[in-house]
Design a protein around this ligand. Structure first.
Ligand SMILES: N[C@@H](CC(=O)c1ccccc1NC=O)C(=O)O
Length: 352
C-alpha cells in the first residue's frame, strides 16, 4: 500500500481491535442490522423513483402510513467511496429519529448509482452520480410538500457528505432555487471529502477514473460560491461539519478546509448568507465508521434535538394526516414536475 493510499483509507486509522477489512465489514453489518430493524418496525414505502436509472430510488420510513402534518423529513446519503453500500444499509438512523419526536419523522434512505456499476454507463461516472443529486433534491421537495413536511434535514456520511455538499453546490435555474432550498433546515456533513484531486492518485480512482473537469466541477471546496447562492434560500439552515477523533489526518483536513472555505466565502457575501456554519465538531473516541454508526445512540444524539428545534414538542399543530400510500412512484419522471403541480394537483402525479 502506498503512503497516499493509506492516507485515503479510513480503515487504516481506527483505534479498535479490528483489522481494516473487519472494520469496513462491521460498519456494513451494523448499518444493515439497524436498517433491518427499521424495516421490521416502521412503515416503509420502498423504491420511490427520483431519477434516470433503477438505482435512482429512495425508501421512506415513517411511524405510520398517515404522516401527521408538520413532520420533519430526514434524508440519509450513505458513504462508501461512491463504490459500496446502498439504501439497504441506510435506514439505521430511522428508528431512533422516529422515536425522538412525538410525531416521528419522514426518514429517507437514498440509493444512487455506484461507480462500480458499469451497467449504468454514463450514470456511473462522478459527473453522473453528482448530477443525479439535482433530481434527488427536486424529488424530495415534491414528497416533502406532498406530505406537508415542516423542514428537510440532510445527513451525509463520507462520500455521502461529499454528495450532499455537492447537491447544494450545483447550478440550479434561478427560479427553482427558492423552492428547492426553502425547506432545508440542516445539513450534517459527517467525515466528508470535499476536494477530489488527491483521491485521483489513489486506489479509489480505479473505478472512478476522474477527469480533471470532474475534479473541478465535483469538488465542493471549489464551489462554495454556488453553495452560498443556493443555501441563502434555505430556512436559516445550520451546516454541521462533523468528523471523528480517529480519522486519517487527511479527513480531518478535508473538514477543516471546507469549513474555512465556506466561512471565507460567507464573509465576502453581501447581505448575509442566510445559513450558519458552526465550528466543526471533532467527536472524541470515534473513527470514520463509528462516528456515524453511533449517531443513533449516544454522543451525537444529544445534538439531535437541535435538528428539530422547536418542533420537538409541537402540540398545537393541525394534525391532518397525509397518506404515504399516495406517493408511490412508478417510472415517474420527477424532472417534469413543477412546484405548481405539487401544490395544486388535486390528484397527485404519482400512481399506485
Ligand atoms: N477502502 C476504504 C473504505 C471506505 O473508505 C469506506 C467504507 C465504507 C463506508 C465509507 C467509507 N469511506 C468513504 O466513503 C477504507 O479502507 O477505509
Amino acid at each position: 500500500m502506498t503512503p497516499l493510499d493509506k492516507a485515503w483509507s479510513p480503515s487504516q486509522w481506527i483505534h479498535r481491535d479490528l483489522t481494516p477489512q473487519e472494520v469496513v465489514l462491521n460498519h456494513q453489518s451494523v448499518t444493515l442490522k439497524g436498517s433491518e430493524l427499521a424495516r421490521r418496525n416502521l412503515y416503509c414505502k420502498a423504491n420511490v423513483r427520483y431519477g434516470a436509472t433503477a438505482k435512482n430510488v429512495f425508501d421512506l420510513y415513517t411511524t405510520s402510513p398517515n404522516v401527521p402534518t408538520g413532520c420533519p423529513m430526514v434524508v440519509y446519503i450513505h458513504g462508501g467511496y461512491w463504490q459500496y453500500l446502498s439504501k439497504e444499509e441506510s435506514a439505521f438512523l430511522a428508528p431512533s429519529l422516529n422515536a425522538s419526536r412525538p410525531d416521528g419523522v419522514v426518514f429517507v434512505a437514498v440509493d444512487y448509482v455506484l461507480a462500480s456499476e458499469k451497467e449504468h454507463e454514463e450514470h456511473a461516472s462522478m459527473a453522473g452520480i453528482y448530477s443525479a443529486m439535482q433530481d434527488l433534491l427536486r424529488a424530495l421537495n415534491v414528497v416533502a410538500r406532498k406530505l406537508n413536511c415542516s423542514a428537510i434535514h440532510f445527513i451525509g456520511h463520507s462520500a455521502g457528505a461529499h454528495l450532499l455538499a455537492g447537491m447544494c453546490s450545483l447550478d440550479y435555474p434561478s427560479d427553482q432555487r427558492p423552492w428547492l432550498f426553502k425547506l432545508v433546515k440542516s445539513l450534517w456533513l459527517v467525515s466528508g471529502v470535499y476536494e477530489l484531486e488527491p483521491i485521483r492518485h489513489t486506489y479509489v480512482n480505479e473505478p472512478l477514473q476522474l477527469s480533471s473537469a470532474e475534479v473541478e466541477a465535483c469538488s465542493p471546496v471549489r464551489q462554495v460560491e454556488k453553495f452560498i447562492r443556493n443555501m441563502k434560500n434555505s430556512s436559516d439552515a445550520v451546516v454541521h461539519i462533523v468528523y471523528g477523533e480517529f480519522e486519517a489526518p487527511t479527513f480531518e483536513l478535508e473538514s477543516l478546509q471546507y469549513f474555512h472555505a465556506l466561512k471565507k466565502a460567507m464573509e465576502e457575501t453581501t447581505g448575509g448568507a442566510g445559513f450558519s456554519v458552526p465550528e466543526p465538531v471533532k467527536v472524541s473516541g470515534r473513527d470514520h465508521f463509528d462516528v456515524i454508526d453511533d449517531l443513533k445512540n449516544n454522543h451525537v444524539l444529544e445534538k439531535l434535538p437541535k435538528m428539530f428545534g422547536e418542533d420537538q414538542t409541537a402540540t398545537n399543530r393541525t394534525k391532518t394526516p397525509t397518506g404515504l400510500l399516495g406517493i408511490t412512484s412508478q417510472n415517474c419522471d420527477l424532472r417534469e414536475v413543477s412546484l405548481r403541480d405539487v401544490v395544486d394537483a388535486s390528484t397527485y402525479i404519482f400512481t399506485l
